[in-house]
Design a protein around this ligand. Structure first.
Ligand SMILES: [Zn+2]
Length: 186
């Protein structure tokens, strides 16, 4: 995979994290997509390996340069890595030197926030594709049937913006069901 030249040009082909090695990898800073270099950082093999190695904190002292990079993606990734090491005084000191805007910090720390979960009546985490059983008789709005307690609903979908709701098919109709009225079939 060739790396985007415009991305490379941003730091004269050097890794935007360590500024020491030639950049060979396009790193996309989650949760953003790889559709714009503004969401990406050009990094080297060494930094890429260090990101997968929890013992590599010594390597990240190189971020004392990258935190001054004007690109929000580089700032966000640098901050994210340092935030993960903030128990170490030097990393916390570097974090405190930065003066990033709120959006960049939010982007950086989003990696540490747990996504809200859909939980059934018994505290089990629900996932798309799960099978659930109704724990209560439900009057299904907008239809002429009642779903009895014990009805099995296969291949549920999670409602993205509401962790209290899932969707599933009963009698061939897709309906919204409250998570508190289902039990995950384990
Ligand atoms: Zn590097």
């Amino acid at each position: 995979m060739s790396i985007n030249q415009k991305l490379l040009d941003r730091n004269s082909n050097q890794c935007e994290l360590c500024n020491e090695q030639v950049a060979t990898i396009e790193y996309t800073v989650s949760p953003k997509n790889d559709d714009s270099i503004e969401n990406q950082v050009a990094i080297c093999e060494k930094c890429s390996a260090a990101m997968d190695n929890k013992e590599a904190s010594f390597h990240w002292r190189c971020l004392d340069g990258s935190i001054w990079n004007p690109e929000p993606s580089v700032q966000a990734l640098s901050y994210r890595i340092l935030f993960g090491l903030k128990e170490e005084g030097w990393a916390n000191d570097l974090i405190n030197l930065t003066d990033y805007d709120e959006n960049t910090i939010q982007w950086a720390v989003s990696a540490y926030e747990k996504a809200p979960l859909h939980i059934d009546a018994f505290g089990n985490t629900l996932e798309a594709g799960d099978t659930v059983v109704l724990t209560k008789e439900l009057n299904v709005k907008g239809t002429n049937f009642t779903a009895s307690k014990g009805t099995v609903v296969k291949r549920i979908k999670l409602v993205n913006d509401n962790t209290d709701q899932i969707e599933g098919k009963i009698n061939d109709q897709t309906i919204v069901i409250l998570t508190k009225f289902v039990k995950k079939s384990l």
